[in-house]
Design a protein around this ligand. Structure first.
Ligand SMILES: [Zn+2]
Length: 151
């Protein structure tokens, strides 16, 4: 069972943090603008200069974060950063294995149901009908459990 490496996990969560940070920066620009909207002079004298640079940095962080996140999740080759189909298969192995396990689970469930059906059928076959009274007896029974006659 192959696992996602620690480095890839770290990249995944770093990317997630970058997206969150970028989002906060992006939103903060609009909050800043909104907080100065009642004081138009503040835009002119510089006190309320909206941090537009922050929103640009925010968008860049979101883009970088999502790239880093997808590299972390799928690996450098699996995410398409490296064009190496062989390596991509290796990178995506934890996911394809998980898919395989899900399919195995379904198959084993079908198997279990099949076994129950077969075993209940088998039980029917093993029973022996008494020639005297018609009661159903176990295959290995010497005498009928109903009337006591030898089978
Ligand atoms: Zn009998």
């Amino acid at each position: 069972m192959s696992k996602i490496t620690k480095g890839r996990k770290a990249a995944y969560y770093t990317g997630m943090a970058l997206i969150a940070l970028g989002f906060i920066l992006f939103i903060s620009t609009f909050i800043s603008v909104a907080s100065h909207i009642n004081d138009p002079l503040s835009f002119i004298d510089g006190r309320g200069t909206p941090p537009f640079a922050n929103s640009v940095i925010g968008i860049i962080l979101i883009i970088i974060g999502s790239v880093v996140m997808s590299i972390g999740a799928r690996g450098p080759a699996g995410s398409g950063l490296l064009l190496d189909p062989k390596k991509a298969r290796e990178d995506l192995k934890p996911f394809s294995e998980a898919k395989g396990e899900m399919i195995n689970d379904v198959i084993s469930n079908i198997d279990a149901v099949d076994r129950i059906v077969k075993s209940s059928e088998a039980k029917e076959v093993i029973k022996i009908k008494c020639r005297n009274c018609g009661a159903l007896n176990d295959e290995d029974a010497k005498f009928c459990k109903n009337c006591g006659r030898e089978l």
